[in-house]
Design a binder for this molecule. Structure first.
Ligand code: ATP
Ligand code: MG
Length: 416
């Protein structure tokens, strides 16, 4: 038997309605804030990610699905959404649209990861990108979207951690201090960290290796190096969060896994399992890096598999699968055609109604209706075709009554 590739997941009909439930809730939260959905390609030119996400990140160094296509181009399956959205923003001249541009997306992402709990190779993210404003107000609006999503889904025990990683100016001084801190132990760091020492020492703080993490414990914090503008920005973010009653903690170790972040960064972490469900921040340098005008932006991405797991834990019965309103059983050829036409008409009226399409006997038809949880069953034979009346059975109470076989009557009986 051919099995699915490692790190992928089938989403089965038995769980899809729960996905759809949380997707709809999130969509409403996004739309209420004026976010418009965007969809970009599953694959992009590799250069977009190496430049956008950053050459020294785990994503680019270790996790990308990159291949040469038949035309000799280097192609990469998107490992994250922001770079593609920003590419699309530039390529489609979206800078001429009203500012800020508020976008959201739901897309599958591909990363060659060490597969473990909450870490897949194909996973889905819902994210948002607000492009064109450098104001702290946008940072807070985006953070609040995250707050609202967890609230709308009834997921408790979510902690918000924030940090500021400054701008290229303040970062230069900080990186020097960080190198001075790391240098004496550099030989003991992992090979990847060593390669990052010169190019991007802040990446070393995001290393997942235990020994590197331990050595990083007393590293200097960027917060001591913020320039006046970055400091003020971060203070404004915090002030407004407090005024809105949004609890947070400052975690100066957050650097995020993608190089494009500047100033505010944040993570929503489940206190149940310690996993980060949502991560984001400001990325004022990305649009220019990918070839557009210098344009500030802020956004986040949320792991849907991790989110669904928490949703299921706290709200196992909130999402309900749509139940069949009516099953039309038939006995014989004449009634089959009659039932087929009736079902067609009822479906056009928005009723969830089924009938036999296997040419099975009445007993098997009832069995199917029962198994699928049909709320009502109408049985049609030759007599019913002639009289235009039939019995309708309430499958829950067992109660039966006669009904005229027209759309209006049936709809009324079904309570619709
Ligand atoms: P980490 O440091 O944990 O690897 P990251 O910096 O790679 O995180 P992002 O790229 O910002 O994370 O992704 C945002 C969110 O997407 C994560 O918080 C998580 O919920 C989800 N996510 C990221 N990678 C995976 C994965 N391999 N499988 C499932 N969900 C993921
Ligand atoms: Mg990662």
């Amino acid at each position: 038997m051919i099995q699915k590739p490692k790190g992928t997941k089938d989403i089965l009909p038995s769980e899809i309605y729960r996905w759809q439930y949380i997707e709809n809730k999130i969509k409403t939260v996004m739309e209420n804030a004026g976010m418009k959905e965007i969809r970009v390609p599953v694959f992009e030119n590799t250069e977009l990610f190496s430049r956008g996400v950053g050459e020294t990140t785990d994503v680019v160094q270790k996790e990308m699905y990159t291949f040469e296509d038949k035309g000799g181009r280097s192609i990469t399956l998107r490992p994250e959404g922001t770079a593609g959205v920003v590419r699309s923003y530039i390529e489609n001249g979206m800078a001429s649209l009203a500012t800020p541009l508020k976008l959201w997306y739901e897309m599958a992402m591909y990363r060659y990861e060490n597969v473990q709990k909450g870490r897949l190779r194909e996973f889905r993210q819902i994210g948002t990108e607000v492009i064109g404003t450098q104001s702290y107000l946008a940072d807070v609006e985006v953070i609040d979207l995250g707050v609202q999503i967890f609230k709308a889904l009834g997921i408790p025990n979510i902690k918000l951690n924030i940090n500021s990683i400054g701008c290229p100016e303040c970062r230069a001084k900080y990186q020097e201090a960080l190198r001075d801190f790391i240098r004496p132990n550099l030989e003991k760091y992992c090979d990847t960290c060593k390669t990052r020492f010169d190019k991007n020492p802040m990446r070393i703080l995001d290393c997942k290796e235990k020994k590197c993490k331990e050595m990083n414990q007393n590293a200097p914090t960027i917060l001591d190096y913020l320039c006046d503008e970055c400091k003020e920005h971060f203070e404004n973010v915090q002030k407004l969060l407090k005024e809105l009653g949004i609890n947070y903690e400052i975690d100066s170790t957050i650097v995020r896994g993608l190089d494009y972040y500047t100033k505010t960064v944040f993570e929503f972490i489940s206190e149940d399992d310690g996993l980060t469900v949502l991560g984001g921040g400001r990325y004022d340098g990305l649009v220019k890096e990918v070839g557009g005008q210098d344009t500030p932006a802020v956004g986040f991405a949320m792991g849907m598999e991790r989110l669904l797991e928490l949703f299921d834990k706290y709200n196992p019965d909130v999402a309900q699968e749509r139940k069949m309103d009516l099953y039309v059983a038939n006995i014989g050829d004449e009634s089959n055609l009659y039932a087929t036409k009736l079902v067609k008409e009822l479906r056009e009226e928005g009723i969830f109604v089924e009938k036999d399409i296997c040419q099975r006997g009445i007993k098997a038809q009832f069995k199917y209706a029962d198994k699928q949880g049909a709320k009502f069953v109408i049985t049609i034979g030759d007599d019913e075709v002639r009289s235009g009346k039939a019995m309708i059975k309430n499958m829950e109470t067992g109660e039966e009554s006669e009904i005229l076989l027209n759309c209006e009557n049936i709809k009324e009986k079904l309570g619709q």
